[in-house]
Design a protein around this ligand. Structure first.
Ligand code: GLV
Length: 326
């Protein structure tokens, strides 16, 4: 019987899948709804054949070595895997898997929830109503910016970027994108999207949303210079990874009104949020909910489990990031 360790409480579908394959006794977990403390993690992974990992836990050389040489797979329940030291895993011959595809549409929906909320100031407006401050309809109360007919800028046109762009058609928007590779002419036409250089994206977007993975190249891709180059009416969104944005610079741009508003789901040091950003009324702040629908989180857990099952049964895990180790 294999030894599978799950780093924190996960949707039932993930447990069920693993239990159906190997029996409930094969599974142990830090079954609490908080990140596993590092010292506990080291003890719990010892002897594991598989680790079911969550992005709140760093998966690095120390964890792999604490697990031991029998570790056969680390399945990350996320599409992003910046919490995993992939080179360290590859060096040790450990396959790392992720859960691409299933969360694309749910994350695009949440991105749009933030676009609309930040443009129309719904977070601020809700706080205003609940505080008992609403006394009458007013021609000048809480005026926002329009979304319809504007220009949506996307930085990183992968699966999620495209899904966000697709929804823009319903708002009659033009899409500009900046990406390492150009989409096919058919895709550009279908999305009403035009490839532009980064300065043009910054200058011309009315709504700007990065959808790139976090890599050394994209860390702080958006900082003071970039916010300064944007329109002062821009709505800036981040549902990818916190460190893509320099949070202190974002807070300053919001406070100076050099940008209109922001809708932010991910932060540099989650769950800590820069204190200056917390003070900004013109920011809508969410606790990393991009993929947080019941159905999608269930699918993500199932896919992570399927990757473990495949690997432990000697098959190729379907979503291996470092396939060279197989
Ligand atoms: C969630 O943030 C993910 O990367 O899947």
């Amino acid at each position: 019987m294999p030894n599978i360790f799950i780093t924190r409480h996960i949707p039932q579908a993930g447990y069920d899948r693993l239990a159906a394959a190997f029996g409930p006794d094969a599974i142990s977990s830090f079954d609490e709804d908080r990140a596993t403390p590092r010292d506990v993690l080291f003890k719990c992974v010892a002897g594991a054949d598989a680790i079911f990992a969550i992005l709140t836990e760093k998966m690095d050389a120390e964890v792999f070595d604490a697990a031991g040489p029998q570790l056969k797979v680390v399945a990350n329940m996320a599409v992003g895997y910046d919490n995993v030291d992939v080179p360290a895993a590859t060096e040790r011959g450990i396959p790392i898997t992720n859960t691409p595809g299933v969360l694309t549409e749910t994350t695009a929906d949440l991105t749009w929830a933030l676009i609309l909320a930040a443009a129309r100031r719904t977070g601020e407006a809700e706080r205003f109503v609940r505080a008992g401050n609403w006394h009458s309809w007013s021609p000048t109360l809480l005026l926002g910016v329009d979304v319809y007919d504007k220009t949506l800028g996307i930085y990183g046109m992968g699966r999620i970027g495209k899904a966000v762009a697709r929804r823009a058609a319903g708002f009659g928007m033009k899409v500009l994108y900046h990406n390492r590779t150009r989409l096919s002419t058919e895709e550009e036409q279908a999305l009403n999207a035009t490839l532009v250089d980064f300065p043009t994206l910054l200058k011309e977007s009315d709504i700007l949303s990065p959808h790139c993975p976090l890599t050394p190249d994209t860390r702080h891709a958006f900082s003071t210079n970039e916010f300064t180059a944007m329109k002062d009416s821009v709505v800036f969104i981040n549902t990818t990874r916190g460190p893509v944005v320099d949070e202190a610079a974002l807070a300053q741009a919001l406070q100076n009104h050099s940008i209109f508003s922001a809708g932010i789901d991910v932060f540099e040091e989650e769950p800590t949020i820069h204190p200056e950003l917390l003070k900004c009324e013109n920011a809508v702040l969410l606790p990393h909910l991009g993929s947080a629908s019941e159905a999608t989180r269930g699918r993500m857990a199932t896919i992570a489990a399927d990757n473990i099952i495949a690997r432990l049964n000697g098959d190729t895990p379907p979503n291996c990031i470092n396939a060279e180790v197989l």
